[in-house]
Structure formats: C-alpha cells, structure tokens
Design a protein around this ligand. Sequence first.
Ligand SMILES: Cc1cc2nc3c(=O)[nH]c(=O)nc-3n(C[C@H](O)[C@H](O)[C@H](O)COP(=O)(O)OP(=O)(O)OC[C@H]3O[C@@H](n4cnc5c(N)ncnc54)[C@H](O)[C@@H]3O)c2cc1C
Length: 368
Amino acid sequence: MSLDREQLVEFGRSVLAPSADSTDREESFPPSVITELAKAGYIGSTLPDGQRLSMADYGELSEEIGRHCGSARNFVAVADMVAGSIARWGTKDQRDTWLARIINGEIVAAFALTEPNVGSDAAAIETTAEVRAGQLTLNGAKQWISFAEVADLFLVFANLDGNPVAVLIERDRPGLTIEPIRDLLGLRGSNLAAVTLTDCVVPDHHIVGRPGFGITMVASTALDLGRYSTAWGSAGIARAALEAATQRAATRHQQGTAIKDHQLVRGLLTDILADAETARLVCQEAGRARDAKEPDALNATLLAKLVASRNAFRAASNAVQVHGAAGIAGAGGVARHLRDAKVMEIIEGTTQIQQHLLADHAIRLGRH
Ligand SMILES: Cc1cc2nc3c(=O)[nH]c(=O)nc-3n(C[C@H](O)[C@H](O)[C@H](O)COP(=O)(O)OP(=O)(O)OC[C@H]3O[C@@H](n4cnc5c(N)ncnc54)[C@H](O)[C@@H]3O)c2cc1C
C-alpha cells in the first residue's frame, strides 16, 4: 500500500497538533493518541502485518508526525523497532503472541539497550542472562528507556555467557522494576524510565534471534530503522521551524514594518529554509537507497541522521531568534521544537558516533 497523504495531514491537524504542547508539558504520552496512531495504521506500517509502506513513505510518515510532535514520532519509532525485531528475528510463537498487539496499539513496547555505564558503546552492555532449567534469569539496569514508564513489553539486551541476546520481558514479571525519569530537556512526552532487573525470570523461548545475534543483528537492524525515523523526524522539526518563523515574521511589526522585511530577518528565514530543504533531501536520498536495497543505504541513513538532526537544531534555534522573547516564553511552539531537536542529536547514535561510523565511507569516497 502507499501512504495516504491526505489522511496523514488530517491526522496531524486533528490528533497531533492539539495534544503536542500538553504532552510535552505533562511529560506523559496520551493513551488516546496511541489508539489513534494504531487506528490510522501508523504503527508497524512497513511490516507485512501492517500497511507494507515503502521506506520512502515511512520517511514521510515520520516527518509529518515529527513536524507536530517529537514524542509521537518517538513512540512510533520505538514500537516499530520492537515490532520489526520480532517480525524479522522472532519465532512464529513470538510473532503470534506479540506482533498484532503492538501494531493495533493494545500493548506498548520499549527497546531497552542503554545502561547507566553503557551508552554509545552498546557492545559493552553489562546486563546478564543465565540459563537455569529452561528459564532465563536476568540481572542488570537499563537507563533512559523511552516509554518504559508505561510499557507492557520490553525488548531487553543482555549477555548470555558472553553472547549478546535480545529477550522479551513482560512488565509484570517479578524482579522487573521501573523508575520514571522526569524534567527532561526534550521529547518530554516519551515517558522515559530506568528499568532494573533483579533475578527476573522468563522462559528461554523469549530470546529473539539466536544467542550472539543480540547486538550485531537484532539491535543493529532496529537502530538502523530508528536512525532513519529520527532523521526524518528531524526534517519534520526543521519544517515546523520554517512554518513558525515565516508566520511570525509576517505578523510581527517593528520599526513600522513586518519584521520579514528587515534584511537580517530575511537572512534567518533563508537559513531556516536551507536547513529544512537539505534535511529533507538527504532523508529522501536515504529512503531511495533503502527502497532500492543499495549496499550504501546504511551510510545514506547515517548521513541523513547526522545532517538532518544538526539542521533541525540550527533551524529551531533560528526560529526562536525570529520570535524574540516570544520564542523562549512558555513550554510550547518553537521552544519545544528547539528542545526536541537537541535530543535528536543524541538518540539513535550521537552526532559524534555518526561521524565516527561515516569516516571510513568519507575516506573511501574521497579516494575516487
Ligand atoms: C529522550 C531520550 C530517549 C532515549 N530512548 C532510549 C530508548 O528507548 N532505548 C535505549 O536503549 N536508549 C535510549 N536513550 C539513550 C540513548 O540511546 C543514549 O543517550 C545515546 O546512545 C548516547 O549514550 P549516552 O547518553 O550514554 O552518551 P555517551 O555514550 O556517554 O556519550 C557522551 C558524549 O561522548 C561522545 N562519545 C561517546 N563515545 C564516543 C566515541 N567513540 N567517539 C566520539 N565521541 C564519543 C558522545 O557523542 C557524547 O557527546 C534515550 C535517550 C534520550 C535522551
């Protein structure tokens, strides 16, 4: 199926726009928006059990959701990372048990990789899993986990005898405790929490993929998708910054004229336009490369994330500048976009990690 753009625009206008500022202010993602996202077919939308959207369409979906609400885009991305992991690496039993329930919004999923001592260096995770009589016992701590506060199902990454594993753990398993994290700078509606596992026991058939596949296969594939969504969500923020800045510049008057007529404000507007357009172009190229299954699609996605998240932060900062004091007052509007844009430079691999991963590609291209 292809993306219904009219339905998407209407969804943004009627569902996301009215709730985005209060979601940010109240630091909680509304269950009603989850229901609406699922009803519209926006969760698991690229999967065979979903709408089977192309990656180009998935990008536009992420952009439009992200244009309105960064936490809504993050919700869809995390659900898709977990659903995609189960669809690709899971057993038939895991697919039958979990997939439809994530896609139809019945349960909330969380992707639990980061730990207090382990962020960018995911291969160094310290959480352990031990097999005892056909059961897995997990011990460890996860940190900064989106939607963990409300999640029903966690895809947890751990080490089993030195082999990384991805394990599905239900919220009500004894030994799993959740500590919400408040007062975040951005993506405040993402219900972040720390998760502690203390002798938490699950059946060993809850492992997704083979032991050893946890990081290099399951987490890597999921993070590649998350990075693609983050890149497009950043393009959405840059677009929102352009819309807000141009609207303000046309209606705010100083020195007897709309500020859009002042040369230096025009410079700011043009810089925002350049950031919004180049963010979109680099994301479109990543989408094209992914749909064409080109070997360099991974690098195109890394580049899209690097460029679009930096552009989004600069565009949102310039949009605040165009608003003057009105841009920093209150929790909503361009201030929210600026705060969310900063987070886009950190999640799914920081800017420095994208640079590190892309350096070999840069050197290879430079040799031609
Ligand atoms: C809003 C939000 C939501 C999140 N949601 C999730 C989630 O759902 N699941 C999950 O597992 N995690 C989640 N995270 C965690 C996120 O993935 C990590 O914050 C991210 O991977 C960076 O790790 P860190 O914060 O520990 O930074 P660190 O790895 O400690 O990095 C600190 C600084 O050092 C730099 N640095 C680190 N290593 C290198 C290197 N090798 N070369 C150059 N520079 C380096 C970084 O670029 C950064 O500037 C979330 C974070 C946020 C803020």
